[in-house]
Ligand binder design. Sequence first.
Ligand code: ZN
Length: 81
Amino acid sequence: MPGPDRPKMPEQQIACSICRKEIPLSSALTPQGAEYIEYFCGIECYEEFMAEQKASESNVSDIPGAPGVPSAPGKSGEPGK
Ligand SMILES: [Zn+2]
């Protein structure tokens, strides 16, 4: 019998977007339909993330044209290339 010595593929580890804990990719939570992929170690971190998203969304849409929008001219505000 061939020995079971073949090294197992290590499961990919990713960091939770909220608490930065490393978790196996297969057990990470990922929001459906998000524009970008985020990973969460559990529903608590997921819900915290969603709450933050909602909070920042309502902040922006509630006050159109508010002067409080943080922009960084010269850094991310510049198209560059
Ligand atoms: Zn987490």
